[in-house]
Design a protein around this ligand. Structure first.
Ligand SMILES: [Zn+2]
Ligand SMILES: [Zn+2]
Length: 346
Protein backbone atom coordinates (compact mmCIF):
# COMPACT_ATOMS: atom_id res chain seq x y z
CA UNK A 1 0.00 0.00 0.00
CA UNK A 2 1.41 3.40 -0.97
CA UNK A 3 1.42 5.86 1.95
CA UNK A 4 3.03 8.71 0.01
CA UNK A 5 4.85 8.63 -3.31
CA UNK A 6 8.03 6.69 -2.51
CA UNK A 7 6.82 5.23 0.82
CA UNK A 8 5.09 1.85 0.82
CA UNK A 9 3.58 -0.12 3.68
CA UNK A 10 4.18 -3.86 3.18
CA UNK A 11 2.88 -6.76 5.25
CA UNK A 12 4.40 -10.05 6.41
CA UNK A 13 2.33 -12.57 8.37
CA UNK A 14 3.16 -14.04 11.78
CA UNK A 15 4.01 -17.76 11.69
CA UNK A 16 0.54 -18.89 12.74
CA UNK A 17 -1.27 -16.80 10.09
CA UNK A 18 -1.45 -17.17 6.31
CA UNK A 19 -0.60 -14.18 4.15
CA UNK A 20 -4.20 -14.05 2.86
CA UNK A 21 -5.72 -14.09 6.35
CA UNK A 22 -3.28 -11.47 7.65
CA UNK A 23 -3.93 -9.27 4.65
CA UNK A 24 -7.70 -9.60 5.09
CA UNK A 25 -7.34 -8.46 8.72
CA UNK A 26 -5.24 -5.47 7.62
CA UNK A 27 -7.84 -4.45 5.01
CA UNK A 28 -10.62 -4.78 7.53
CA UNK A 29 -8.69 -2.60 10.02
CA UNK A 30 -8.12 0.01 7.33
CA UNK A 31 -11.89 0.23 6.85
CA UNK A 32 -12.80 -0.19 10.53
CA UNK A 33 -9.96 0.91 12.83
CA UNK A 34 -10.51 -0.75 16.20
CA UNK A 35 -8.86 -2.54 19.11
CA UNK A 36 -7.45 -5.92 18.10
CA UNK A 37 -5.97 -8.72 20.17
CA UNK A 38 -2.86 -10.56 19.10
CA UNK A 39 -0.48 -9.79 16.29
CA UNK A 40 -1.28 -11.32 12.89
CA UNK A 41 1.38 -9.40 10.95
CA UNK A 42 4.31 -6.99 10.83
CA UNK A 43 4.29 -3.91 8.60
CA UNK A 44 7.70 -3.36 6.99
CA UNK A 45 8.11 -0.07 5.11
CA UNK A 46 9.84 0.27 1.77
CA UNK A 47 11.26 3.63 0.80
CA UNK A 48 11.96 3.62 -2.92
CA UNK A 49 12.98 6.87 -4.54
CA UNK A 50 15.33 7.89 -7.38
CA UNK A 51 16.65 4.38 -7.81
CA UNK A 52 17.38 3.81 -4.11
CA UNK A 53 15.60 1.18 -2.03
CA UNK A 54 15.56 0.96 1.75
CA UNK A 55 13.52 -1.47 3.82
CA UNK A 56 12.59 -0.76 7.45
CA UNK A 57 11.98 -4.02 9.38
CA UNK A 58 11.17 -7.30 7.65
CA UNK A 59 9.33 -10.08 9.45
CA UNK A 60 9.80 -13.60 10.79
CA UNK A 61 12.08 -15.85 8.80
CA UNK A 62 9.38 -18.13 7.39
CA UNK A 63 8.79 -18.94 3.73
CA UNK A 64 5.34 -17.43 3.86
CA UNK A 65 6.65 -14.16 5.34
CA UNK A 66 9.36 -14.06 2.65
CA UNK A 67 6.81 -14.70 -0.11
CA UNK A 68 4.61 -11.96 1.33
CA UNK A 69 7.52 -9.51 1.30
CA UNK A 70 8.41 -10.46 -2.26
CA UNK A 71 4.79 -10.07 -3.39
CA UNK A 72 4.51 -6.67 -1.69
CA UNK A 73 7.74 -5.37 -3.16
CA UNK A 74 6.82 -6.64 -6.64
CA UNK A 75 3.47 -4.84 -6.46
CA UNK A 76 5.47 -1.62 -6.16
CA UNK A 77 8.02 -2.41 -8.83
CA UNK A 78 10.80 -3.78 -6.65
CA UNK A 79 12.23 -7.05 -5.35
CA UNK A 80 14.07 -8.16 -2.17
CA UNK A 81 17.30 -8.54 -4.19
CA UNK A 82 17.21 -4.76 -4.79
CA UNK A 83 17.30 -3.77 -1.10
CA UNK A 84 20.34 -1.56 -0.54
CA UNK A 85 19.85 -0.89 3.14
CA UNK A 86 17.83 -2.72 5.79
CA UNK A 87 17.09 -0.65 8.90
CA UNK A 88 15.88 -2.65 11.91
CA UNK A 89 13.82 -0.71 14.49
CA UNK A 90 14.73 -3.36 17.11
CA UNK A 91 15.94 -6.96 17.11
CA UNK A 92 12.73 -8.72 18.16
CA UNK A 93 12.14 -11.74 15.90
CA UNK A 94 9.08 -10.27 14.15
CA UNK A 95 11.13 -7.24 12.97
CA UNK A 96 14.59 -8.75 12.54
CA UNK A 97 13.85 -12.43 11.83
CA UNK A 98 14.42 -12.36 8.08
CA UNK A 99 17.47 -10.04 8.18
CA UNK A 100 20.10 -12.71 7.50
CA UNK A 101 18.13 -14.13 4.59
CA UNK A 102 17.70 -10.67 3.02
CA UNK A 103 21.38 -9.88 3.56
CA UNK A 104 22.37 -13.03 1.64
CA UNK A 105 19.97 -12.20 -1.20
CA UNK A 106 20.77 -8.53 -1.66
CA UNK A 107 24.10 -7.84 0.14
CA UNK A 108 22.27 -4.91 1.75
CA UNK A 109 23.78 -2.82 4.53
CA UNK A 110 22.11 -3.86 7.81
CA UNK A 111 21.61 -0.99 10.26
CA UNK A 112 20.83 -1.60 13.96
CA UNK A 113 21.19 0.50 17.12
CA UNK A 114 24.27 -0.43 19.13
CA UNK A 115 22.26 -1.37 22.25
CA UNK A 116 20.25 -3.96 20.30
CA UNK A 117 23.33 -5.11 18.37
CA UNK A 118 24.82 -6.12 21.74
CA UNK A 119 22.17 -8.78 22.42
CA UNK A 120 22.16 -10.48 19.00
CA UNK A 121 24.80 -13.07 19.90
CA UNK A 122 23.37 -14.13 23.25
CA UNK A 123 19.83 -14.14 21.94
CA UNK A 124 20.19 -15.72 18.51
CA UNK A 125 23.66 -17.15 17.84
CA UNK A 126 24.34 -18.77 21.23
CA UNK A 127 21.05 -18.77 23.14
CA UNK A 128 21.70 -21.71 25.48
CA UNK A 129 23.18 -19.51 28.21
CA UNK A 130 20.27 -17.11 28.00
CA UNK A 131 17.72 -19.89 28.58
CA UNK A 132 19.62 -20.97 31.73
CA UNK A 133 19.89 -17.35 32.94
CA UNK A 134 16.19 -16.88 32.29
CA UNK A 135 15.26 -19.95 34.36
CA UNK A 136 17.36 -18.65 37.30
CA UNK A 137 15.97 -15.14 36.88
CA UNK A 138 12.36 -16.39 36.92
CA UNK A 139 13.06 -18.51 40.03
CA UNK A 140 14.51 -15.44 41.78
CA UNK A 141 11.29 -13.59 41.03
CA UNK A 142 9.12 -16.26 42.62
CA UNK A 143 7.98 -18.15 39.51
CA UNK A 144 7.18 -21.72 40.73
CA UNK A 145 10.00 -24.07 39.76
CA UNK A 146 7.68 -26.44 37.91
CA UNK A 147 6.92 -23.67 35.45
CA UNK A 148 10.41 -22.31 34.87
CA UNK A 149 11.72 -24.90 32.34
CA UNK A 150 8.67 -24.55 30.10
CA UNK A 151 8.90 -20.76 30.33
CA UNK A 152 12.53 -20.75 29.25
CA UNK A 153 11.71 -23.12 26.39
CA UNK A 154 9.07 -20.69 25.15
CA UNK A 155 11.74 -18.37 23.84
CA UNK A 156 13.77 -21.22 22.30
CA UNK A 157 10.90 -22.19 20.00
CA UNK A 158 11.02 -18.89 18.15
CA UNK A 159 14.73 -19.07 17.41
CA UNK A 160 14.04 -21.50 14.53
CA UNK A 161 12.25 -18.64 12.80
CA UNK A 162 15.11 -16.14 12.96
CA UNK A 163 17.96 -15.80 10.47
CA UNK A 164 20.36 -13.61 12.45
CA UNK A 165 23.08 -11.41 11.02
CA UNK A 166 25.37 -8.91 12.73
CA UNK A 167 24.82 -5.29 11.63
CA UNK A 168 27.11 -3.62 9.10
CA UNK A 169 26.41 -0.28 10.72
CA UNK A 170 25.63 0.37 14.38
CA UNK A 171 23.89 3.66 15.14
CA UNK A 172 23.42 5.63 18.37
CA UNK A 173 20.54 7.88 17.36
CA UNK A 174 20.88 11.41 15.99
CA UNK A 175 22.21 10.25 12.60
CA UNK A 176 20.45 11.17 9.35
CA UNK A 177 20.37 9.02 6.22
CA UNK A 178 19.16 9.89 2.76
CA UNK A 179 17.05 7.74 0.46
CA UNK A 180 16.43 9.56 -2.82
CA UNK A 181 14.71 12.79 -1.81
CA UNK A 182 13.96 11.69 1.77
CA UNK A 183 16.01 12.58 4.84
CA UNK A 184 15.43 10.21 7.72
CA UNK A 185 16.53 11.13 11.20
CA UNK A 186 17.21 8.23 13.57
CA UNK A 187 15.72 8.80 17.03
CA UNK A 188 16.79 6.46 19.83
CA UNK A 189 13.68 5.41 21.78
CA UNK A 190 14.72 2.78 24.35
CA UNK A 191 12.07 1.03 26.44
CA UNK A 192 10.36 -1.76 24.50
CA UNK A 193 13.88 -2.80 23.54
CA UNK A 194 17.10 -1.10 24.72
CA UNK A 195 18.14 -0.18 21.18
CA UNK A 196 14.74 0.63 19.69
CA UNK A 197 14.80 3.40 17.08
CA UNK A 198 12.14 5.48 15.33
CA UNK A 199 12.68 7.20 11.96
CA UNK A 200 11.51 10.74 11.39
CA UNK A 201 11.23 12.51 8.04
CA UNK A 202 10.68 16.18 8.97
CA UNK A 203 9.92 17.44 5.44
CA UNK A 204 7.19 14.88 4.80
CA UNK A 205 6.17 14.90 8.50
CA UNK A 206 6.15 11.14 8.85
CA UNK A 207 7.32 9.05 11.77
CA UNK A 208 8.05 5.33 11.58
CA UNK A 209 7.50 4.11 15.12
CA UNK A 210 8.29 0.37 15.06
CA UNK A 211 6.73 -1.03 18.23
CA UNK A 212 7.32 2.12 20.30
CA UNK A 213 3.93 3.65 19.47
CA UNK A 214 1.07 1.46 18.24
CA UNK A 215 -2.53 2.57 17.67
CA UNK A 216 -4.34 0.46 20.30
CA UNK A 217 -1.77 -1.90 21.81
CA UNK A 218 0.77 -0.78 24.39
CA UNK A 219 4.08 -2.50 23.62
CA UNK A 220 5.41 -4.92 26.16
CA UNK A 221 8.00 -3.13 28.31
CA UNK A 222 9.63 -5.71 30.51
CA UNK A 223 12.61 -6.75 32.55
CA UNK A 224 14.34 -10.05 31.88
CA UNK A 225 17.68 -11.69 32.60
CA UNK A 226 19.60 -9.35 30.25
CA UNK A 227 18.03 -6.06 31.39
CA UNK A 228 19.94 -3.18 32.95
CA UNK A 229 18.29 -0.14 34.56
CA UNK A 230 14.65 0.83 34.29
CA UNK A 231 13.12 0.09 30.86
CA UNK A 232 9.75 1.61 31.78
CA UNK A 233 11.49 4.81 32.91
CA UNK A 234 13.33 4.78 29.56
CA UNK A 235 10.09 4.10 27.71
CA UNK A 236 8.22 7.00 29.34
CA UNK A 237 11.15 9.34 28.59
CA UNK A 238 11.21 8.07 24.99
CA UNK A 239 7.51 8.92 24.62
CA UNK A 240 8.17 12.46 25.86
CA UNK A 241 10.95 12.79 23.30
CA UNK A 242 8.48 12.40 20.42
CA UNK A 243 5.50 14.29 21.82
CA UNK A 244 6.32 17.64 20.21
CA UNK A 245 7.47 16.45 16.79
CA UNK A 246 5.64 17.88 13.81
CA UNK A 247 4.04 14.68 12.47
CA UNK A 248 1.08 14.10 10.14
CA UNK A 249 1.36 10.34 9.64
CA UNK A 250 2.48 7.79 12.22
CA UNK A 251 3.61 4.53 10.62
CA UNK A 252 3.76 1.74 13.21
CA UNK A 253 4.97 -1.83 12.64
CA UNK A 254 1.68 -3.44 13.74
CA UNK A 255 -2.04 -2.71 13.45
CA UNK A 256 -2.51 0.35 11.17
CA UNK A 257 -1.28 3.89 10.53
CA UNK A 258 -2.66 6.80 12.53
CA UNK A 259 -2.51 10.58 12.36
CA UNK A 260 -2.64 11.82 15.94
CA UNK A 261 0.72 11.27 17.56
CA UNK A 262 0.36 13.40 20.66
CA UNK A 263 -3.09 12.06 21.54
CA UNK A 264 -1.80 8.48 21.35
CA UNK A 265 1.25 9.31 23.49
CA UNK A 266 -0.98 10.76 26.19
CA UNK A 267 -3.22 7.65 26.12
CA UNK A 268 -0.21 5.34 26.52
CA UNK A 269 1.19 7.43 29.38
CA UNK A 270 -2.17 7.35 31.15
CA UNK A 271 -2.35 3.57 30.75
CA UNK A 272 1.02 3.18 32.51
CA UNK A 273 0.15 5.67 35.25
CA UNK A 274 -2.98 3.63 36.10
CA UNK A 275 -1.03 0.37 35.90
CA UNK A 276 1.65 1.77 38.24
CA UNK A 277 -0.98 2.72 40.83
CA UNK A 278 -2.55 -0.72 40.52
CA UNK A 279 0.83 -2.43 41.01
CA UNK A 280 1.62 -0.44 44.18
CA UNK A 281 -1.64 -1.68 45.64
CA UNK A 282 -0.79 -5.29 44.76
CA UNK A 283 2.36 -5.25 46.93
CA UNK A 284 1.90 -6.64 50.47
CA UNK A 285 3.10 -4.66 53.48
CA UNK A 286 5.40 -7.54 54.33
CA UNK A 287 6.74 -7.81 50.78
CA UNK A 288 5.78 -9.65 47.60
CA UNK A 289 7.62 -11.29 44.72
CA UNK A 290 6.95 -10.16 41.15
CA UNK A 291 5.13 -13.49 40.57
CA UNK A 292 2.74 -12.71 43.46
CA UNK A 293 2.13 -9.18 42.22
CA UNK A 294 1.54 -10.41 38.64
CA UNK A 295 -1.01 -12.88 40.02
CA UNK A 296 -3.08 -10.02 41.49
CA UNK A 297 -2.99 -7.69 38.50
CA UNK A 298 -6.09 -7.51 36.29
CA UNK A 299 -4.58 -8.29 32.89
CA UNK A 300 -6.78 -7.46 29.91
CA UNK A 301 -6.37 -11.06 28.72
CA UNK A 302 -7.42 -12.72 32.02
CA UNK A 303 -5.69 -14.11 35.11
CA UNK A 304 -2.03 -15.07 35.24
CA UNK A 305 -2.72 -18.68 36.19
CA UNK A 306 -4.73 -19.19 32.98
CA UNK A 307 -1.94 -17.91 30.69
CA UNK A 308 0.37 -20.03 28.55
CA UNK A 309 3.86 -20.26 30.12
CA UNK A 310 5.31 -17.87 27.53
CA UNK A 311 2.68 -15.25 28.37
CA UNK A 312 3.20 -15.81 32.12
CA UNK A 313 6.87 -15.00 31.61
CA UNK A 314 5.95 -11.87 29.65
CA UNK A 315 3.54 -10.82 32.43
CA UNK A 316 6.20 -11.30 35.14
CA UNK A 317 8.68 -9.28 33.03
CA UNK A 318 6.14 -6.51 32.54
CA UNK A 319 5.30 -6.50 36.26
CA UNK A 320 9.00 -6.17 37.07
CA UNK A 321 9.35 -3.19 34.71
CA UNK A 322 6.59 -1.41 36.63
CA UNK A 323 8.01 -2.39 40.04
CA UNK A 324 11.48 -1.16 39.02
CA UNK A 325 10.05 2.15 37.81
CA UNK A 326 8.18 2.53 41.12
CA UNK A 327 11.47 1.84 42.88
CA UNK A 328 13.16 4.48 40.69
CA UNK A 329 10.43 6.95 41.70
CA UNK A 330 10.88 6.12 45.40
CA UNK A 331 7.43 4.55 45.75
CA UNK A 332 8.69 1.00 46.44
CA UNK A 333 11.70 -0.63 48.09
CA UNK A 334 13.26 -3.99 47.21
CA UNK A 335 15.19 -6.57 49.19
CA UNK A 336 16.67 -10.03 48.62
CA UNK A 337 15.35 -12.67 51.05
CA UNK A 338 17.20 -15.92 50.58
CA UNK A 339 17.17 -16.43 46.83
CA UNK A 340 14.01 -14.38 46.18
CA UNK A 341 13.64 -10.72 45.31
CA UNK A 342 10.84 -9.05 47.33
CA UNK A 343 9.20 -5.67 46.75
CA UNK A 344 7.91 -3.58 49.69
CA UNK A 345 6.10 -0.28 50.21
CA UNK A 346 8.75 2.45 50.55
ZN1 LIG B 1 9.00 -5.69 19.56
ZN1 LIG C 1 6.68 -6.19 16.97
Amino acid sequence: MQILPGIFQLLTPFPNFTFDDARAIRRDLRDHPRVVKGLPYVLPYMVKDRGETVLVDCGWNTDSAYEALETGMREHGSHPTEIQRLVITHVHPDHYGMAGRLKRLSSCEVVIHEEDAKVITSRYFAPKGLADDMAKFMAMNGVPSLDTPSMAQGSMMMIDKVSPVPPDTEVKGGETFKVGGFDFEIIWTPGHSPGHICLYEPNRKILLTGDHILPTITPNVSIHAQTHGSPLGDYMRSLDLLADLDVEVVLPAHEYDITELKKRIIEIEEHHILRLDEMVNCVDRGGSTAWEVAGRVKWTTGMLTDFEPFMQRAAVGETLAHLEYLFEQGRLAKVMRGSNLHWLPA
